[in-house]
Ligand binder design. Structure first.
Ligand code: ADP
Length: 480
């Protein structure tokens, strides 16, 4: 696993190395250009001074060998002595045809053998600079300057300067830049390590806290003493996740408590019935009665388990629907057909009124489940001789699927709570109609997962209407 700390370190180091490299190259190239200009400038100034002297005293050249005269002359022009000495190492005066007419005080050990092309260019009045390596490998800068008299190039002045100091200076600069860069990289390595440690400290605190946290610590919240906004936001986000965990833990615990309680009731009744039945010898009629009673309780347990399993299929508390374009009419028709036998058995008239409705975006399995829950209740809470009607019709911007019964109805005070988990009306409990109190909450979750709602209207002793309102998809939702 990659460590963020070493990533920060490596990135800082790479960035620094890149910057140093660019900086060093710029400094080197700039220094080299400046040194070149400096050497060339000095050579040119020297050569131009000499050229002026020669132009004013052409007989100096004629007295070949009397270089001291020229030296004295140059001193008079105010040049520094060290310039002169440097120049005297390297001054030559050629005739335009390439003969050496004069050489400096100390002379040049080897006369340069000027290139023909160079000489040609100088003869045409151009000043030429060139760098040539001497036999010992030292780079030498050469300057060829034409000296004109009466408009004609009479002499070619050659001055040269060793570039050894120039090269050594550049070598020194390279050494300096290398050592400096190395030192900076070392500091950057240590500094970025320290910085990364400081930056990641709050994250370490959070992760250690999270690792050592047990279920009993769900009520704990992190306080991070960091001046940085980002870490405060991270801590807030972490704490809000903890809030959600705690809340969902509490909901789950409450849910388990109620579920256990709901299971306990039929199990206790089952146990009681069995105890009573086994207490003494019973007639077969009495045993039959006890078994029928127990069967009801088993039925209730099965219904409860089924609802709990449905809830267990929820992901993050919601039914995991897969929405596809769906025609509701055939789906409703199938379910009504399936339940007609049960309705007939209970002597309830089950009918389906269908009006043309557009396609909706829905999950057929989950919508079937919702309708079955509503129909199951309607058939459950409607006495024999009653009627249950399923009505499918367009409703405003959506589709309404209503289940209407002529049953007992629901008292107004219960209506706001019907969709809460395990909520059952007093009448239903007293009647021990075998419900679980989970059917309607599941319908509500399914409706909401489809972007819809579920509503109820009811009148005691007249009946109830439960309506699923589902939205019609817009062009955008169909194609997205
Ligand atoms: P149950 O399994 O108890 O029916 P539900 O969540 O489906 O659980 O319903 C919750 C309560 O709402 C029921 O216990 C009952 O009191 C009431 N109820 C639901 N549907 C009807 C209905 N059609 N007529 C009368 N009461 C109903």
């Amino acid at each position: 696993m990659k460590s963020l700390r070493s990533l920060i370190r490596q990135s800082a180091l790479l960035l620094m190395a890149g910057l140093l490299l660019v900086f060093s190259v710029l400094v080197y190239v700039g220094s080299e250009a400046l040194l070149h200009r400096f050497v060339d400038g000095r050579l040119l100034a020297l050569a131009e001074t000499m050229a002026k002297i020669v132009e004013q005293n052409p007989n100096i050249i004629e007295k070949s060998g009397e270089d001291f005269t020229l030296a004295a002359e140059m001193s008079r022009t105010g040049h520094e002595q060290h310039d002169l000495q440097e120049a005297s190492h390297s001054l030559l005066v050629f005739s335009p045809d390439g003969r050496v007419l004069w050489k400096g005080a100390e002379g040049v050990a080897e006369h340069p053998t000027p290139d023909d092309t160079v000489f040609d260019r100088v003869r045409h009045g151009n000043t030429v600079f060139e760098t040539v390596e001497s036999t010992d490998g030292t780079p030498i800068r050469h300057l060829f300057l034409p000296i004109r008299m009466q408009g004609q190039v009479r002499y070619i002045l050659h001055a040269e300067a060793s570039m050894l100091i120039h090269r050594e200076t550049l070598n020194g600069l390279v050494l300096l830049l290398t050592l400096g860069s190395g030192a900076i990289l070392l500091v950057a390595w240590a500094g970025s390590g320290w910085l990364a440690k400081q930056m990641l400290k709050p994250i370490e605190v959070l992760s250690t806290g999270a690792e050592t946290m047990s279920e009993a610590d769900l009520g704990k919240r992190f306080t991070l003493d960091s001046p940085y906004k980002e870490f405060r936001l991270l801590t807030q986000a972490f704490n809000s996740v903890m809030d959600r965990f705690q809340r969902s833990g509490e909901i789950q615990r409450r849910f388990c408590d109620i579920a256990a309680h709901e299971m306990k009731t039929p199990l206790t009744i089952l146990q009681g019935n069995l105890d009573v039945a086994l207490m003494k010898a019973r007639t077969s009629e009495e045993y039959r009665e006890a078994l029928i009673n127990n069967l009801e309780q088993v039925g209730r347990l099965i219904a409860l388990t089924r609802s709990l399993l449905t809830l267990a299929n929820f992901t993050s508390g919601k039914p995991p629907v897969r929405l596809v374009p769906l025609a509701l009419e055939p789906m409703v028709e199938d379910i009504v057909d399936e339940l007609t036998l049960l309705a007939d058995d209970r002597r309830i008239t089950l009918s389906f009124e269908s009006h043309p409705v557009p396609l909706i975006l829905g999950d057929v399995q989950w919508l079937k489940q919702a309708l079955i829950n509503l129909l199951d209740n309607a058939l459950h809470y409607t006495p024999s001789g009653g009627a249950v009607t399923v009505r499918l019709q367009a409703d405003g911007g959506g589709v309404a699927l209503a289940v209407e019964d002529t049953g007992h109805g629901i008292e107004p005070e219960h209506l706001p709570h019907l969709f809460e988990r395990f909520y059952r009306t007093d009448w239903a409990r007293a009647k021990d109609a075998g419900g679980t109190g989970l059917g309607l909450p599941i319908v509500k979750e399914i409706a909401e997962a489809h972007g819809g709602t579920v509503s109820v209207t009811s009148q005691v002793d007249k009946g109830s209407v439960f309506t699923l309102h589902l939205p019609i998809p817009t062009q955008q939702t169909v194609f997205s």
